[in-house]
Design a protein around this ligand. Sequence first.
Ligand SMILES: [Ca+2]
Length: 306
Amino acid sequence: MRVPLQSSAHSISNSLWGKQDRSMQCNRKSLRGWVGALMASVLCVMGARAELAPAVNVHVLPHEEHKLVLNLGLEEFPSDCYEIWQGSGGQAPDGVYLIQPKGSLIMAYCAMQDGGWTVVQHITVNSSVDFDRTWEEYKLGFGSLTGDHWLGNEYLHQLTSRSGHYKLGVKLVDKDAVTKLGEYDPVLVEGEEAQYRLRLGLFRGTAVDALTQDTENYLHDNQKFTTKDRDNDNYFQNCAKLEFQGVPGGGWWYDACAGANLNRRNVIYWQKDCNKEHLCKYAWMMVKPSDLVKVIHTGGCRKDEL
Ligand SMILES: [Ca+2]
């Protein structure tokens, strides 16, 4: 497990949910060193020039927060948060950035303090953001990037299908602030023609592997995405419509139905780590380039050893 991810267990929740004055974003005390402060100042000045982000997913950031986008005004945009993190020497602050994974210019929340992850999902238990959404809403994203949200299956597909592999990170925080982490390396979310099917590689982490192993024989790996208006699951009814205490499951890669579901807002579910007896308060899903690719690119193996 990556040390930076563990050592800053609450950095994402602090930055997303801390009662900080949003107008002070340009003077974030969390910046480490003058290099980070200088970069943030330049980015904020650039951001102040533009009133509206040119991204295709402007609906996932309230208009009054558009000024918070940290890299407005560029001619070329990075492919993902990791590229920004890497280019800043690890000094870029957490926040909303413009990225262009494949074609579409989008906004995304970058968990920089955790090592440059692009956040694709965030939920708080009993969230005011409704996760009981249609296929189209899950496709293009909903909620607010600075709070609970789903980035969008189309963008999850664009990110994970770029050349080279990506990995999926899952971060769970329970009601006692205990954090569990998991990574699937690699991850691929196939395109809409394949119903955004999920393909997962090897798991490691402190959390249980709830997507490729399940004690109830529900496997989420290789499943298509299901929403309340598109049933692709293996159950005789639509899993996304099944309610627990009046709250439907929401969109997910259901089997028949779930050993994990991070989109049911009254119970964040991840096998024994998060359930109705052991409540979790927050969950995140995020992606970044695979460690497998980094090993090959950094010359970790000689060619004749491959
Ligand atoms: Ca079904």
